[in-house]
Write a protein that binds this ligand. Sequence first.
Ligand code: SF4
Length: 743
Amino acid sequence: MSRTALRICPLCEATCGLTLTVEGTRVTGARGDRDDVFSRGFICPKGAAFGAVDGDPDRLRAPLVRKDGELREATWEEAFDAVATGMRPVIERYGPNSVGVVLGNPNVHTMAGALYPPVLIAGLGTRSLFTASTVDQMPKHVSSGLLYGDANAIPVPDLDHTDHLLLIGANPLESNGSLCTAPDFPGKLKALKARGGTLSVIDPRHTRTARLADRHIAIRPGTDALLLAAMAYVLFEEELVELGALTPHVQGTEELRDAVRDFTPEAVTGACDVDAATIRALARELAAAPTAAVYGRIGSCTVQHGTLASWLVDVLNILTGNLDRPGGALFPQAATDRTPRPAGPGRGFALGRWRSRVGQHPEAKGELPLSVLAEEIDTATGAGEPVRALIAVAANPVLSAPDGDRLDKALDSLDFMVSVDPYLNETSRHAHVVLPPPPPSQSPHHDFAFNTLAVRNQVRYTRPAVPLEPGRMAETEILARLTLAVTGMHGAETAAVDDLVIGQTLGKAVKEPHTPVHGRDPKELTAQLTGESGPERWLDLMLRLGPYGDGFGVRPDGLSLAKLLEHPHGIDLGPLRPRLPQPLKTRSGTVELLPQPIADDLPRLRRALTERPDGLVLVGRRHLRSNNSWMHNIPVLTGGSNRCTLQIHPEDAERLGVRDGAAVRVKGAGGEVTAAAEVTDGVRPGVVSLPHGWGHDRPGTRLSHAATDPGVNVNQLLDGSLLDPLSGNAVLNGIPVEVTATG
Ligand code: SF4
């Protein structure tokens, strides 16, 4: 007999509500939940394939422990014993920084991944933290940190109300949005046009999103910051700067005018391949629109000037008065945000509090660049100890970081490695212990991270759609036990981790005058928490202390877990609203428009005005039925448009003698790969494109379908040396390559 169950989709950032069909313990179907308060029934092909993703027979069912050089199935007790035995001696002998932690992108898509890694890292005390952020959005965190004093204060475009949207380096018709959580992003763009609004897209590829646009500008890759700086210049030159209600909250406008003086449209046109008149028109349209939002994403982040481009996106929103106003770009307010503190000066945002051991790269947001993980392992010289042991949680850096071949070898040299991963993949195959979390249908779900980026305030929670299979362990318990095993508390009750966090959070909250629980007894508050598990009590705590919470009885109508459970399709908390100055945590208590690290990086951007290397440059691309390296083992999501081909413009193909479908060799600073050519005018001349997350041809993995059509690892073209200096983000777009026909 079949039944239905609700589940928020974890397969991209849009967080759509799904209605699953469940037969026994198997998910046999998925459709959009029409009553979901946020997604209203929207679903994409990935969500529709939830059952196939969930039931992939290659998912590991039991832990693996390496014995006599081979990974073999073991009990959970044996696995955690092996973790404690393997990890503790390394920490005790070489110190906490000798243990690296790598967090992959799927961590932000699970409750466990949001809750436990911070406790794990704090418990270890390691500074060797690497995450997917430094091959993705770290520039945006850094620019937000510098502008607003909070690296997580990221304004999102008010898609439902804006009159004018300028997208740069973003392709939401394929990605469904990123750093902007919006179910049915494509529908929202169509609605914008239907209500008379305008859509402009800046992208070197003629993407599906670009095809929808009123104006598409095929910029030269990697020059986004120059174009945006020239738009800021025009706003000043033509006296179009109008801060409006932002005026009392912004400092540095005049300094900014001076700082962008060299970036005239005429000066940047040669580097960007965008004519000066078009740049002026873009700036004028932005200023003239009743409301407007500029939104930049991966193509403008993962470039040489990624932080400057991310900063300039916000600068344009600020100069046109569109930050923090309906129809512009606003700061969401999530239900599990901390209790809002009163507006006023904060601690500010610091970069470079420590540096990587070998390359001396500054930390950003407590992280070192993922690009330098290999050298932190395989290079003995440098201050301090190399990374000798590694904890990888939902991370596959052999494919996602530059120069996977070098990292592959480096991982083999580790004293100990543990992977928390559902698959034996290109990275976890090196582990001494693999701890597999259950499939998503067997896990609860709440989006801690994506609700802070959502285009509408709302809150939803789904309990596991299917009971935990016998022999499985909940991901929350895996991460709690892992934390205990590596911090010298192996064997303690996992509730100790939840109790510790709850106790610390409440202990702090009762001391803060602005919280609703100020002065109360933490024990009395702890006793009020509800939930079937430690993580549920944790969620209850965050909801009740949060901006919409019941404050433990102070606001009886407010949110709690019990109230949320009464609303299985979620609770709508309304449209985004202006919030300034409350979110600001800069030392001045204002938006600091020209922070010193940004000003110090502008000479590098000035040099880019005249640097124009010859030859082809490479950009990535996103496919609707893919997400990084996650989906290539799911037959229903591979093939068709989801193929690892090198897109090349017909003019370049003809010049190089490249035929459609024939093999071509692509060479970069880090190595070379051979891929099938796809001759298309979907990329501009001078640019070639390969998607990322491919290269499933290494031995020792258990990805049977992916191995049949492995594709090539685009990151092998990189040697790991190209970084955005402020954020440590890898430069993945706009990199020089040579292309040669081989057949
Ligand atoms: S858009 Fe994203 S969240 Fe929505 S169904 Fe597709 S993969 Fe899932």
